[in-house]
Design a protein around this ligand. Structure first.
Ligand code: FUC
Length: 342
């Protein structure tokens, strides 16, 4: 187990630090202080090299030219908060809209927007990075919060991210990581295979806001109950506006919190996602375009698949989705694990 760090580059006038976590099996993860984004997650290959299972960009600024939050930490509220407001205990909090009249992924000053302080360590749990940030709050912002994200790469090839927060005023806390997987570096994930622990997904309106209704997956392209070739499922979505998935699945974590597994049939590579919460957004990068210069080439639809583990979004408006509140005096933590097998 080891950790290292170096100055990755500069972004908006400050240094961006790259923190690398490596285990004894040759698995490594590189996390940037800017946006808490996971720059690379590498599996060892038979020829002594490594395979990055995420989409990556060469520079920090490149990540921010892409509007789709590539690999970034997302919070305090993943997904869409309708009409840029939420109500807790009868009190309304107004925040800033950044997608039409709604607030997407924690708004313009969310977890993805800041340069986090970082500290590495090797502990019994594994190679560890702790990112911390104090969000100031203020008018149009989510209430002030202290947030820690702990990234641990363990001896069993699991990279786990634990988001912990406290706040002085009632707020919401529903973090995720917007990782885009592509297990092979091919220019599309159509050949890769996805299985989800889910029987239903959410009905959404024209603004992609959940209506509160659930839709059955069975008998539709949303049925990932068995390992399913993504290209086949995407073909079944060609009559939708997205021509692919940008959808919120209600997931049922099993005994070890497995909610999803993405695998490549040609190699032994697979990623299993663990989360104790009830939501997973699947976004098949339908809107990636040629002007995006990723490390594996120009952007194109279905170049990666974002698998965003979270609580079902906007749950203060739709309480049947569960509890995403964070109240003064409470500390809440959520963990997402990505287990690599190869
Ligand atoms: C997912 C989608 C959104 C958006 C974002 C970057 O969360 O639901 O539509 O594209 O990713």
């Amino acid at each position: 187990m080891q950790t290292s760090q170096h100055v990755f580059d500069q972004y908006e006038g400050h240094d961006v630090t790259a923190f690398q976590l490596t285990n004894d099996n040759g698995v490594s993860a590189t996390i940037l202080s800017q946006g808490g984004l996971i720059h690379e997650f590498n599996a060892p290959t038979a020829d002594g090299g490594h395979q990055n299972v995420l989409l990556s960009y060469p520079t920090t600024a490149d990540y921010y030219t892409n509007p789709f939050y590539v690999n970034m930490a997302i919070g305090t509220a993943a997904g869409r908060t309708k009409a840029a407001k939420f109500v807790i205990d009868g009190k309304q909090v107004d925040v800033t809209a950044n997608e039409g009249r709604n607030t997407l992924h924690g708004g313009p000053h969310g977890f993805s927007s800041v340069n986090w302080d970082g500290q590495t360590a090797v502990t019994d749990a594994g190679a560890t990075l702790t990112l911390t940030h104090h969000f100031e709050g203020g008018a149009g912002e989510f209430p002030a919060m202290d947030v820690t994200i702990t990234y641990v790469l363990d001896a069993n090839n699991t990279l786990s991210l634990t988001y912990t927060a406290t706040s002085e005023a009632p707020t919401v806390f529903n973090p995720t990581q917007h990782v885009y997987f592509n297990l092979t570096g091919a220019d599309s994930i159509r050949q890769q295979v996805l299985q989800l622990n889910t029987t239903r997904h959410l009905d959404v309106d024209a603004e992609k806001l959940p209506t509160g209704d659930y839709l059955d997956n069975a008998g539709t392209p949303f049925d990932f109950s068995k390992p399913t070739v993504l290209g086949d499922a995407i073909d079944g979505m060609q009559n939708t506006t997205e021509k692919g998935f940008d959808d919120i699945f209600e997931v049922k974590p099993d005994a070890d919190n497995t909610i999803a597994r993405l695998s490549d049939p040609d190699s032994q590579l697979a990623v299993t996602i663990h989360s104790s919460r009830n939501g997973l957004v699947v976004f098949t990068a339908n809107s990636f375009t040629d002007d995006m210069n990723l490390t594996i080439g120009h952007g194109k639809p279905n170049m990666g698949v974002a698998l965003e583990a979270q609580n079902l979004s906007d749950a203060t408006r739709l309480p049947q989705f569960g509890d995403i509140t964070l109240k003064p005096g409470e500390e809440k933590s959520y963990t997402i694990g990505y287990h690599l097998s190869f």
